[in-house]
Design a protein around this ligand. Sequence first.
Ligand code: DGJ
Length: 692
Amino acid sequence: MIEFDPTHRIWLLSTPASAYALRLDEDDTLCHAHWGRPLTLEQAAAVPRFRNPAESTFEHPREGEAELPVSGFGPSALQIRFPGGAREIEWRYDGHVVDGGHLTIHLHDRHYPLAAELHYRVREDSDVLERWTVLRHTGTDAPMELLRADSASWSVPRLPDYRLSQVTGAWSSEFRLRREPVPGGETVLTSRRGVSGHHANPWIMIDDGGAGEHHGEVWSTALAWSGSWRVTVHRSSAERLCWTGGFGHEGVTWWLGPGESLETPVFAGLYSAGGFGGTSRAWHAYITRHVLPAGSELRPVIYNSWEATGWAVTEEGQKRLAALAAEVGAELFVMDDGWFGARDSDGAGLGDWAPNPGKFPAGLDPLIAEVRRLGMRFGIWVEPEMVNPDSDLYRAHPDWVLHQPDRHRTLLRNQLVLDFGRPEVAAWAHGWLDRLVDGHEIDFLKWDMNRAFTEAGRPGSGDPGRVWIDHVRGVYDIMDRLRADHPRLRIETCAGGGGRVDLGVLRRTDEAWTSDNTDAADRIAIQHGYGQLYPARTMAAWVTDSPHFLTGRDLPLRFRFHVAMAGVLGIGGDLLSWSAAEREEAAEFVALYKEIRPVVQHGVQYRLGDPPLTGVQYVADERVVVLAWRLPTSFGVSPVPLRPRALDPDARYRDDDTGIVHHGAVLLAHGLPLDLPGTGYASALVRLTRLP
Ligand code: DGJ
């Protein structure tokens, strides 16, 4: 709901359990007023203005107040160089429009031909507030240079302290959760890689240092953008905490010509009084209902050939794997890298998207027909944004890659980035992808992206900074068109594992390849970080071979399954090397997963416990599923029991496997009885049904 009080010139945006308010000052400056617990319009008007306790001539009179800072001594959300060199923006209020849950505030510079729209959207079933900004050059003369165009800036009330939660990492160690006090001054979280990144993910959470999994106030924001980004958190000397964020990193500028406009991505915010767990659940629900294109579907069990074959893909080899994949219960068979061009390693072939005739003498159809005969859907790996210099495509179009005049072209994984902002490149990519999906029975694309941008440029372009935005928009556009034209098509986002997972790409994909690290013990932490924002129904998780190729760790099949069953279960091991007994056991786990899948993928998630004994609980109607994992411990050490959440203390719950009936109150107070023998890696799956 959106209300406006014309006397106090204050807007109040209300969600089921939060409120956001902003007001217009005497001189038309938009000021932030409130973000937190619900307020009435009258109460919002009574929120005191922020007063800098150390006011002096050395401070800006508006320190920490602006809704979208354009001047002052903190980080600015908008920075523009007008023709003639002026840098300050002076807004005049031009009115507002409320359309259901969508508020648009119109501003115009007092002198220069620059208009802005500040957009806010709230929904009745979510506490997430979406914000974005549109800038428009309303003149006819010279262009203006955009030095920074953030989507939104956010402030929290004054708290006794401030703590920042984020995920950081690298290839095969992404989504590592960190919680640290916010230092004084500015903290920049960013990706300069052209992709949202393994190294940081474009979300943050702020609390006062005292919030926990199940209690406390948490303010969080997430950017819906899959390219370079920057979020600057500012803890001012007045102990005010604000942050501003959007696409692009420092030093990248864009030109706004007469009549042109620039729309930023959505930067969404959420206030929750339910601790980190409540925060995650609210994001999960929002993403499922309002971001994912097909959030109500159940994701199938995938078999993916990558770890089994690498690039050594052949029709016969894939058919052999497909037969075993079907036997263990896979529903979607995905052929990974290596099927096209001269792709026998990462050194050649990217860009030449025709099946390799030596590997597929009769094309893809015989394999696809066999996969379908076995009762599975068919998916295929693609990396459309990339090219190996050793490819026919590059030999024909060396100018199609991002590059700068007279500069070296840095190779990463022997490949370069195609410039998807160029219409001819985008048309080429859309063309072959469309023909691939149209010409064969392809249900699923694993869309990979295996290198960051370097020397990003487009020689001859008057606006070279645009490549950072145009590329991402080009990718989005192709995905959107493919989905619109092929309604059965589903897409997995992948960038060397979880290098491109964000609200922008999830709007046009169905699941994410979480990490190339499929070691189940490492995965517990990776999945823990992933799930802080993103729901289990997007988190692809394969069971692979043991010992693990990356870590050398040997883990029981049961443990590997129990970890992968916490997301979208897949199998990624070399089934040809698994014994008949292992495949039989795998088939039992896959069947079990299909039984719990509606609860895991569509239920409400609660994270339980602390190492060495942790777990995840999912609740859907009468059903409760808990996956519990115990890391190696010492003899005599007894981990704290896992206490489930959200049970009815007055109800009784039947264990679906043992038939034992438990009192809800006892489970809540004393935890789940788990059978975890020994001191090594051990795991359990508990299925409970609430009795009427
Ligand atoms: C990186 C992905 O994360 C892997 O799963 C696999 O698809 C390889 N690329 C293929 O090159």
